[in-house]
Each structure stands twice: as structure tokens, then as C-alpha cells.
Design a binder for this molecule. Structure first.
Ligand code: BGC
Ligand code: ZN
Length: 373
């Protein structure tokens, strides 16, 4: 069967290759974890999304092949349909729509209790990213433990399940951490960045009743602004409105959700957070970027203001479920909006080169491949 792969360490090596179709009895990642007897699920992949992580993997900045392979099948944002299940699988059946979690458990205590998203080991195993083959292929097999059902009525947004899990987790982590304050009723949020993560975070924060300002550089009108506004949030071009001016108008936010992929913005955001607030970092910044800030001022304000920085990556099964719930809630509250994020479908795995090229396009909110063409 066809698969899209890279040779980790070799820049721009993305290619189409022939790989064996997996059987239900295969062990997909024997070097990491074993699928227990009868618990395997075979999935026909329908759509797989790509993001900046895939771009960095193809630029050889990130990612490793599984032991014994020179290639890594990419793809970590999965959506498919179950074709076959083992005797001990009761959660899904053939025909069901599903997505898969990304990380597989290592050996730490967190991994053992189903929290591989916060593993305390340096080495982490992620399908399509690090040391495990991904989903950008025709069929995959995995442990039912990592297969999450997608409601039929949400199948048009199934490919957003993984990014939604990342956002849902990050927001949940901030709320959990803010229990330190005993009472916390955030009212105002800034979302830095209006890519897929920024827009999904905008939706989720709006669904929690917050007033949301979503910030990006480019002045509107454009799709990012339209989607932001359709979620009932305000789009701000930082090129048109300086931060100081915005802060004067709105006051300092209780939450800043950072999702620009720019390390400068991550640190810059520290200047704008309100008292007792939470700054959420989700950007994955490959490469090197030096940043200058007034450390004394930020430290003073953060200490005197009891401010909190929450960093969050990945999502486990529960976060996928939470992400899917938010997507469903979003469909009911803002009908027809979230699908507008799905800007750039590519037909068939053989068009992988077009797909990777589209990742360079700043206007492309979501590039994904329709595997069945
Ligand atoms: C993925 C996460 C993953 C992270 C780090 C992101 O692009 O969506 O699931 O944990 O990269 O590799
Ligand atoms: Zn990702």
C-alpha cells in the first residue's frame, strides 16, 4: 500500500513509498508497547492533516525513524473508518469513524497511568513524528486504547480531532492549574496567532463565555478574521493596532493563549498578562531564535501579580474526547464555522508534493489529504 514518508535527518526527503499493508495480528510498534491479545483495530485512513510539525520534519529539524527503519511514515492528525477489530475490542466496530491519539507510552509512571502526554522521560514516542510510523498511509493497525470514536455527525470535522485535542488539553491544564487561586473567573482572553490552533482555541474560549481577542499580524479582511468574528471574537491586526493601545482599551487579559510558533511572541506575551492570569504556551519552535526582554520588569510584575505560565503539548485519550466534545459544542453554537478552517484538501497520497508545498502558504489554515482521492 502507499505511504508518505521522510528520511529523518535528510532535508526535503518527503516521498511516496510502498509499505506492507498491516494485519490485525501485527505489532505496530514492538519497540514501544505491545497491543494486548485481541485488542487490535485496523483502520482505513480517510483524511490526514499536516501542520508545522510535518514541515519541520521534512526540513530535518525534527523527528526520528523507528529503530530498524531509515524512513518515517509521517502524519499525526488522523481520521479514518474501522475495518476490522480483535475479539476483545468492545469500544468500536467496523464502519465506525475514528481518530487515533499520537503518543504511545514509554516507561514512566505517567505513561503507566495513561498520561503519556506528560511523560517524564526524555524520549517520547509519537506516531508520525518520533520513533513510530504515522498515519499518512492507506491502513493502520493500533491498540483500541489509542483509537477514539468520532461521532458520525462530526465526520466532516474528524481531521481536526488532533489539533482540537491539543487546544482542549492546554485550556484544561490552565484551568486545573488555576485552582491554586481558589476562585478564578476569567473574563478576557487574548489568543496570539490565528492559525488552526489559534482559531480552535478562540472557539473553545468563546464556548466558555470569555470575551476573546484573536491577534495576528495581517490586517483583514480575510478568512482568519471572518472565522474569528463568526465565533463572536474580535480580530486584531497587531500591524494596525499596537499592543499598548489594545491593552489600554481592553485591560490586561486573564488568559493569553499563545499559538504563533514565534518565540518572540511567547516572551512578549508575558508583558501583557493580567494579575493572577495564566499564559498558555503551545507553540513548538524548532531551530534557534534569540529573544530580548526586560527580565527585571517581567519578573517583578509576575511575582507581584501571582502570574502563571502553563506549557502544554500533545493530548491523551481524554483530551481527544474533550476536543471532540468542544468541536460538537462548536457545531451547535456556531454552525457552519469550523469547517471553514479546512481550507486546503489535497486529493490522494500521490499528491504529497503539493501538500507539502501548501504548508508554506500562510493563508492555508488546514492542509490535509483525502486519502481515498
Ligand atoms: C502534535 C502533538 C505533538 C507535538 C510534539 C504537534 O504537532 O500535534 O501531538 O505532541 O507536535 O511532537
Ligand atoms: Zn501537530
Amino acid at each position: 500500500m502507499k505511504a508518505v514518508a521522510v528520511i529523518p535527518g535528510q532535508s526535503h526527503s518527503v516521498h511516496l513509498r510502498d509499505v506492507p499493508e498491516p494485519k490485525l495480528t501485527d505489532q505496530p510498534h514492538p519497540h514501544v508497547c505491545k497491543v494486548p491479545e485481541g485488542r487490535a483495530v485496523k483502520i482505513r485512513m480517510l483524511q490526514v492533516g499536516v501542520d508545522a510539525t510535518d514541515r519541520e520534519i521534512n526540513e530535518a529539524l525534527y523527528g526520528n525513524a523507528p529503530p530498524g527503519f531509515e524512513h518515517l511514515v509521517i502524519g499525526h492528525e488522523s481520521f479514518g473508518q474501522v475495518v476490522e477489530v480483535g475479539d476483545e475490542v468492545y469500544e468500536v466496530k467496523p464502519g465506525d469513524y475514528v481518530t487515533c491519539t499520537v503518543r504511545r507510552p514509554g516507561g514512566s509512571l505517567f505513561d503507566k497511568i495513561g498520561r503519556n502526554d506528560i511523560t517524564s522521560e526524555e524520549v517520547y514516542y509519537e506516531r508520525g513524528i518520533n520513533l513510530c510510523h504515522g498515519f499518512m498511509t492507506e491502513y493502520v493497525v493500533d491498540d483500541a486504547e489509542y483509537v477514539v470514536p468520532v461521532p458520525v455527525k462530526l465526520k466532516h470535522l474528524g481531521v481536526l480531532a488532533e489539533p482540537a485535542s491539543v487546544c482542549a488539553k492546554a485550556i484544561e491544564q490552565a484551568y486545573l492549574a488555576q485552582h491554586r487561586l481558589q476562585v478564578w473567573r476569567p473574563r478576557l482572553a487574548y489568543v496570539m496567532g490565528a492559525g488552526q490552533i489559534g482559531l480552535l482555541a478562540t472557539m473553545m474560549l468563546r464556548l466558555k463565555g470569555l470575551e476573546v481577542y484573536t491577534l495576528a499580524t495581517k490586517p483583514g479582511p480575510h478568512l482568519k478574521q471572518e472565522i474569528t468574528e463568526a465565533y463572536g471574537a474580535t480580530y486584531v491586526s497587531t500591524r494596525e493596532t499596537p499592543m499598548e493601545k489594545l491593552i489600554k482599551e481592553t485591560g490586561k487579559p486573564d488568559i493569553i493563549f499563545e499559538a504563533t510558533g514565534n518565540a518572540g511572541v511567547c516572551f512578549e506575551s508575558m508583558k501583557y498578562l493580567g494579575l493572577n492570569g495564566a499564559l498558555i504556551w503551545t507553540s513548538i519552535t524548532g531551530g534557534k531564535q534569540e529573544v530580548t526582554v526586560d527580565g527585571a520588569k517581567i519578573n517583578l510584575e509576575w511575582v507581584l501579580g501571582n502570574k502563571l505560565l502553563v506549557s502544554s503539548v500533545n493530548g491523551n485519550r481524554g483530551h481527544f474526547e474533550l476536543g471532540l466534545q468542544s468541536l460538537s459544542h462548536g457545531v451547535l453554537t456556531y454552525p457552519g464555522v469550523t469547517e471553514r478552517i479546512l481550507t486546503h484538501p489535497v486529493k490522494g497520497l500521490e499528491n504529497y508534493a503539493t501538500m507539502m508545498k501548501l504548508l508554506e502558504d500562510k493563508e492555508a489554515l488546514k492542509v490535509y489529504v483525502d486519502i481515498q482521492g
